[in-house]
Write a protein that binds this ligand. Structure first.
Ligand SMILES: Cc1cc2nc3c(=O)[nH]c(=O)nc-3n(C[C@H](O)[C@H](O)[C@H](O)COP(=O)(O)O)c2cc1C
Length: 137
């Protein structure tokens, strides 16, 4: 542990006054655990992130959460979608659960745009570029 002198010391993200204080530098990086219900945080999803906070993780990042229907990462109901405000009560409950354990959590906003993997007939993938992805087409 002596090689990691800053690991357990606090970190500020952002400017002072509006800075987010993280209690340590232990981070759970972005991933979709597959526990969302109807694309919202439910009891299982919240319990998953609460547990990391209770175990001492400073910051957690949700898996990519799409901001538009043409940039979905999956059609499955087990990932979070930010397509309308109905997600807000679940996010509030999720944040409160993590904060209650001293942790912090960020939502990773995602739009797959021109690299969208999902075939949705009739839906045009909004993108910053009209060039098709060389990887997904
Ligand atoms: C199942 C799984 C899902 C992931 N989902 C995301 C994601 O939604 N967004 C993201 O930026 N990274 C995602 N990642 C990448 C991880 O956050 C991390 O950067 C990567 O796994 C490398 O870290 P590791 O070597 O500790 O696994 C995912 C990784 C895994 C294994």
């Amino acid at each position: 542990m002596s090689d990691f002198t800053h690991l357990l010391s606090p970190l500020q993200i952002g400017r002072s006054g509006k800075a987010l204080e993280i209690r340590n530098r232990v981070l759970v990086s972005a991933h979709v655990p597959g526990f969302a219900e109807n694309n919202k945080p439910g009891a299982a999803y919240i319990a998953y992130h609460r547990r990391y906070a209770a175990e001492g993780v400073g910051l957690q990042i949700t898996g990519g959460t799409p901001v538009h229907k043409s940039g979905l990462l999956s059609l499955a109901p087990d990932g979070l979608w930010n397509l309308d405000d109905s997600i807000i009560p679940g996010y509030t409950e999720l944040a409160q659960a993590v904060h209650a354990e001293g942790g912090r959590i960020l939502a990773q906003l995602a739009h797959s745009g021109g690299t969208v993997l999902i075939d949705q007939p009739g839906t045009v993938a909004w993108s910053a570029s009209s060039v098709r992805s060389a990887i997904t087409g």
